[in-house]
Design a protein around this ligand. Structure first.
Ligand SMILES: Cc1ncc(COP(=O)(O)O)c(C=O)c1O
Length: 409
């Protein structure tokens, strides 16, 4: 992100903001399209529901992975066609289904949901084509199955054939699997996709499902810090092409991958400024505007590190709340060469309000701008922006022509 743009925007608006760079979003979308020509993509709106981002996604032919009724409605408003909006979440109510029935493809998350969807379809006097989320009998890292609140267990399918066939107003026409986010090993993703192809074949042969589409869920990760290697997306794409060839005869259907952070994470930067500087018993503090309440992730990472007995490098992610201790790098926009060890805090009434502890940063002065990287995904949307009634950060969208579009709150 261009430093002078950030400085000019801060001088003009004098408050913290998120800035999203369309050029980066565009590059990420292009990588997906180039490497997976046989696949379609859905943008996971929950990652960052900013309407300018959703509009750009729609303009690029990407569909929507909608996790609520309102995300379906947002997708419709962005002109995403009905067949490219897939509504999948645990715990949909009958009114969620009624309000989205004619606006998207609905993925049932339980046998009970299949019954409700059947009921709504009956009231419409129609046979409704519906997807089903399946919790497969393997996990990303091993062959063993895990218990999950999402979907129906793969091994429960056969015993539910009669039940499914008794629902006369629905026809299952697609499957959805999602196990994990932020996978950086392409072989893990490849094996996972392969297992889902096998599951799809089982669903056709043994369950009698139609297969309009297979939704392979999310999982494409990004390297948040220098400790990680980037996902080898070109290797994964190549192996997927072979996989598609292998299954083509049996499965002539839409192949769908969901992606949130891969598309948007790096495009976003959180920007704030130093309000005060102080030193207490040999620790230097920078107090910035809107820390935890502006961008929640750094504070939560510090919390996880402080409670764990493990070395911080070994901490397991709990996405999307905790990724890694160094997932979001803090920087000071200054020409100063001198470095300083500082703890960067926000201005809330809690010591847990932190952008980072003991960071070696360029020496900052009051008024200097502070940036935090990798803030495009699960940033504004997951942060407690109302806490302490501080002013709410703006969201600024920088389009490819460098036009600035601002959401003020
Ligand atoms: C069903 C589903 N799909 C896709 C995603 C997006 O994951 P990611 O942004 O890591 O690709 C999530 C994230 O929670 C999800 O729950």
């Amino acid at each position: 992100m261009d430093k002078s743009t950030i400085k000019n925007l801060m001088n003009e608006y004098k408050r913290p903001f998120y800035i999203y760079d369309e050029e980066v979003i565009d590059e990420q979308i292009q990588k997906l399209k180039d490497n997976f020509p046989e696949f379609e993509f859905l943008y996971s709106i929950k990652t960052n529901p900013n309407e300018n981002i959703v509009k750009f996604i729609a303009k690029n032919g990407i569909g929507s992975d909608a996790a609520s009724k309102n995300e379906v409605l947002k997708s419709v408003k962005a002109n995403i066609p009905k067949e490219k909006i897939i509504y999948s979440s645990a715990g949909k109510t009958k009114s969620d289904i009624e309000d989205t029935y004619d606006k998207c493809i609905i993925t049932a998350d339980s046998y009970h949901e299949l019954e409700i969807i059947n009921q709504v379809a009956k009231e419409h006097g129609e046979i409704f084509r519906v997807g089903l989320r399946i919790n497969p009998n393997y996990s990303m890292d091993s062959d063993s199955a895990v218990s999950s609140k999402f979907g129906v267990d793969e091994e429960s399918l056969l015993e539910h054939i009669d039940f499914i066939n008794s629902l006369k107003n629905i026809k299952i026409c697609g499957i959805h699997v999602h196990l994990r986010s932020q996978v950086l090993d392409y072989e893990v993703l490849y094996n996972y996709y392969k297992d889902i192809f096998d599951l799809a074949v089982f669903c056709i042969d043994e369950m009698g499902f139609d297969m309009d589409y297979i939704n392979f869920g999310g999982g494409l990760g990004i390297a948040y810090s220098d400790r990680n290697e980037e996902l080898k997306i070109d290797f994964l794409g190549q192996k997927c092409r072979e996989l598609v060839k292998q299954f083509k005869k049996k499965l002539n259907c839409r192949l769908i991958i969901e992606s949130g952070r891969f598309i948007i994470c790096r495009a976003g930067t959180y920007v704030t400024y130093v309000i005060d500087k102080k030193s207490s018993r040999s620790i230097n503090y920078l107090i910035v505007a809107n820390g935890y309440n502006g961008f929640h992730k750094p504070s939560l990472a510090e919390l996880v590190v402080s409670y764990s007995q493990l070395p911080r490098e070994n901490l397991k992610a709990t996405e999307p709340i905790f990724t890694a201790y160094d997932a979001n790098q803090v920087d000071i926009l200054t020409e100063a060469n001198e470095k300083e060890l500082v703890t960067v805090c926000g201005n809330l009434c809690t010591a847990a309000d932190l952008l980072g502890k003991n960071l070696e940063l360029p020496k900052a002065e009051i008024g200097d701008i502070v940036t935090v990287s990798n803030a495009g995904s699960y940033g504004f949307t997951l942060s407690p922006i109302l806490f302490s009634s501080h002013e709410i950060p703006y969201e600024i969208y920088l389009d490819s022509e460098k036009n600035v579009i601002i959401n003020k709150y």
